[in-house]
Design a protein around this ligand. Sequence first.
Ligand code: BG6
Length: 517
Amino acid sequence: MPRKSIPSVLIVIFGASGDLARRKLLPALYHLWREEALPRSLRILGYARTEYSDVVYREEALKSLMEHATEASGEKPDKANFRRFVAQIDYQAGAYDDEAAFAALAKRVADIDAEHNTAGNHLFYLATPPNVFMSITEKLAQAGLAESAAGGWTRLIIEKPFGHDLESARALNQHLHNFFAEDQVFRIDHYLGKETVQNIFVLRFGNGIFEPIWNRNYVDHVQITVAETLGIGERGGYYDRSGALRDMVQNHMMQVMALTAMEPPVGMDAKSIRDQKVNLLRSVQRIAPEDVDRLSVRGQYTGGTIDGKKIKGYLKTPEVEADSTTETFVAWRVGIDNWRWQGVPFYLRTGKALANKLTEVNIVFRKPPLMLVDEGANPLQLPNNVLKLRIQPDEGITLTFDAKKPGPLVEAERVSMDFSYVKAFGAQRAEAYERLILDAILGDSTLFIRHDEVEVAWDRVTALLDGWEAADQQARKEGNAEHLPQYKPGSWGPAAADDLLKRDGRYWRNNDNLGGA
Ligand code: BG6
């Protein structure tokens, strides 16, 4: 589809000296600019507390591009082009809660508008820690920046974490709505910018063969795994207050689940699609405190080695409390109360320091009503058919099924049909942030999270968090030091996670395209 023409814009990045800006945002903006997906009149204004001059910040931006702009593609860094790009960047130092600094920012924005033909369109990107989201948005409004004086549009992109639980997410939504209309607010979840995540939608609703079988009559269960091999590294301060459930499940995994399980939207517009995602999330069972142990598993990794590299146990990580009960692994058996999925569990699992880095969705189909028999009249032990959506790496889709082995006997062997993105479309795909920033500039909110979506996801996650808290308190009362099941780096998590499925007569499909028994 041809894209709409891209409007001129000034992008203000709060947190411009931080990790996200350096690693992801500047490289994404550079790529968009290089591909001429952004207007030549693009201006970027970095804002952060660190005092830099424009010139020094441009040098910093250049360094970030040298390090990160070609990480994914493996191309050689193109310094001359990087230089041309950073010439469009300015910098403004200031605190995030200082009225005078925001007045100065408003003046700077007006000057840039006047000088550079930005059409008065402003995109404010909050790439800061969440504790300053409220003050930034309030100060923007006080400085008159919630609307564009120059007659263009004003939008906000807000990074995760969007709240810490249901209450704080609600408070943040209310706060934002005091100053900005919902259609100005773009809550980003970078998983929705991944091509393979978007393809779940096309796979389901662009093909006739999957629709009839995508339900409780044919699907036995669904597994969604987001596994990472890295530990927490330098992020102990953030992570210890977050944990795997808040860091990965509330946002990325619930989004992948929503796309996998939602009803077809009545239209392709943002409202229709997001309405259906919200409906799906509302159908997710809220876990009761007494079910927490039966339906979820937490874990923490110990010290060990992964790929020959030593990794410190979670509790030894800098800035992590020595007796922390923050989970680095979670598995959760989610039930969905609607007609399509009644009785079909969705098993979600994510963790740090696991055996493999991969994200995938396994749709595991029911077995045939009667099994074929072999020569001795014994039923063949054939595994379920699985449709594996490989979100990353090695992006693609695999359908596994059984075929007759050549020969006189009735013997079956597992085979697969395989679609690979690289083989079909070549290697180059835009990074998630590129697509999402462009959509925000175009005002398309389809791939961003709406206020009610974020709240319903937090509602279900908060119920689980409350259940864990109650279990920990009980354990403390009984004098059992509460401690989480441990797992070795490079494993697939604590044994309890296997038991979660074993109890249901199932097992995890661990990066094994041809499955197990
Ligand atoms: C982030 C989490 O949102 O997603 C990180 O905060 C995690 O902890 C990352 O590592 C995973 O993203 P990706 O794109 O590498 O799967």
